[in-house]
Structure formats: C-alpha cells, structure tokens
Write a protein that binds this ligand. Structure first.
Ligand SMILES: [Zn+2]
Length: 76
C-alpha cells in the first residue's frame, strides 16, 4: 500500500525489502515465536508499524490497515 506521511513523504511497502516497515512484537509475543519450529509459522505482527524515511514519524495501522496512531520524533 501507499500512504502519504504528514510531512509530505509518500511511503510504500510494495518494495521488498524496504526501509519503511518495522516488525514490532511484544516480548511476550516474541517468546512464543522463539518456541515455533519453523520460521514460516511466525505470525504477522498485530499492528503494521511504519517509519517515515524523511521525518522519522512512526505510523501505526490496525489490522484493517486504518491509521490509528502517529508518533512524532522528540528532540533529546
Ligand atoms: Zn514523514
């Protein structure tokens, strides 16, 4: 899919591999993954998490690929 970040950058996950998509699992989910016998059994993460390559915003989509949260980079 393609999505335009609020900074204007067009993001797309159609290229594999890409630098947009992050695979985010909780520690509890990851423990279950470590017990799997085959890497083909690894489930997709519950949320699709993308990182904008321009502004580093984090975008979180639910299972229906609806944007539910964005996180903006905070200066340290
Ligand atoms: Zn952006």
């Amino acid at each position: 899919m393609r999505f335009q970040c609020r900074c204007g950058e067009i993001l797309s996950d159609t290229l594999v591999p890409n630098d947009i998509e992050l695979f985010v699992y909780t520690d509890r989910e990851f423990e279950k993954i470590m017990d799997l016998e085959s890497i083909e059994d690894i489930p997709d993460p519950v949320y699709s998490v993308w990182k904008c390559t321009n502004c580093e915003r984090i975008l979180v989509f639910d299972e229906a690929i609806k944007l539910i949260k964005t996180y903006v980079l905070e200066e340290i």
